[in-house]
Design a protein around this ligand. Structure first.
Ligand SMILES: C[S@@+](CC[C@H](N)C(=O)[O-])C[C@H]1O[C@@H](n2cnc3c(N)ncnc32)[C@H](O)[C@@H]1O
Length: 264
């Protein structure tokens, strides 16, 4: 199972649900019991709890992450494909950025349909469509090169947000609706502590070192990876330098979809 830190989840979700109109298909105001599967540190759980008058249960397989969830009525340690909940326990089972991390997302959605008496929802990114604009000239192209190799080598479908409706249909859900949205993340002066840490980490090339095996599976030779990492570190140093003078700006657009389907 891919592991995430609470800090990473907090940083990458910042601002995502400032505007909640994309959640309208979940009819949160009408729910009696909502389950958030793969809740992580509870970034979506907090939004669900604020929007529904019903009870909220948060489920995750990571015993450490789930201790960070503060907005749920109940926190349950469990696997998405074998939820420790009775059939029809909820009227909405939802997840955010979970299915892209699972080897068999259809199995999980089928399990969501067992636990929900009404609706299943998934909010999933399409990592093939991420767009980066940066004041450091090399950053956009390097990010694209690294991401393409990662997507080709990773063992789960991290582009699932582009076809979540097919996964829902394969799991037997009906009246499936999906809609594409964008999460835009901007970095500019004054920089937060987290912006500075991210830039410093970029300059070490640590992420590419951690992803080495995935990048190799994605078709890069050892020499390709070393060359990419060298260029990446140089780019990271330029980001840090631009931050020192306050001129660094970056805009990242992450496409994601909100998909809902009914239980028959
Ligand atoms: C990218 S994080 C998303 C967390 C949260 N939904 C959010 O968007 O901030 C994926 C989460 O799924 C959890 N996870 C991965 N595989 C799981 C499984 N088989 N069953 C339950 N949770 C799982 C991870 O522990 C992690 O918390």
């Amino acid at each position: 199972m891919r592991r995430f830190s609470a800090k990473y989840l907090e940083d990458t979700r910042r601002g995502m649900w400032d505007d909640r109109r994309a959640l309208a298909p979940l009819s949160l105001r009408d729910r009696e019991h909502v389950v958030d599967v793969g809740c992580g540190s509870g970034e979506l759980t907090r939004v669900l709890a604020a929007e529904t008058p019903g009870a909220v249960t948060a489920v995750d397989a990571d015993a450490d992450l789930i201790t960070h969830v503060d907005a749920a009525d109940d926190r349950v340690l469990g696997d998405a494909t074998r939820l420790p909940l009775v059939s029809n326990a909820a009227d909405l089972v939802a997840c955010q950025a979970l299915l892209i991390n699972l080897p068999d997302p259809v199995d999980a959605v089928r399990e969501f349909a067992r636990v929900s008496s009404d609706l299943v929802a998934a909010i999933e990114p399409d990592n093939s469509g991420v767009d980066v604009e940066s004041t450091v000239p090399a950053e956009a192209a390097l990010t694209r090169r690294a991401r393409d190799a990662y997507i080709a080598g990773v063992e789960t479908d991290v582009t699932l947000g582009s076809h979540t409706d097919e996964v829902f249909a394969d799991a037997g859900l009906v009246d499936v609706e999906t809609r594409r949205h964008e999460h835009v993340r901007e970095t500019s002066a004054p920089y937060s502590e987290s912006d500075i840490e991210t830039a410093q980490r970029k300059a070490t090339g640590a992420r590419l070192r951690e992803q080495r095996r995935t990048l190799a599976r994605g078709g890069l030779s050892e020499d390709d990876i070393d060359a990419l990492r060298g260029e990446w570190r140089e780019m990271g140093r330029e980001v840090v330098e631009q931050m020192q003078t306050g001129e660094y700006e970056r805009r990242t657009t992450i496409p994601f979809s909100v998909t809902v389907g009914h239980v028959e």
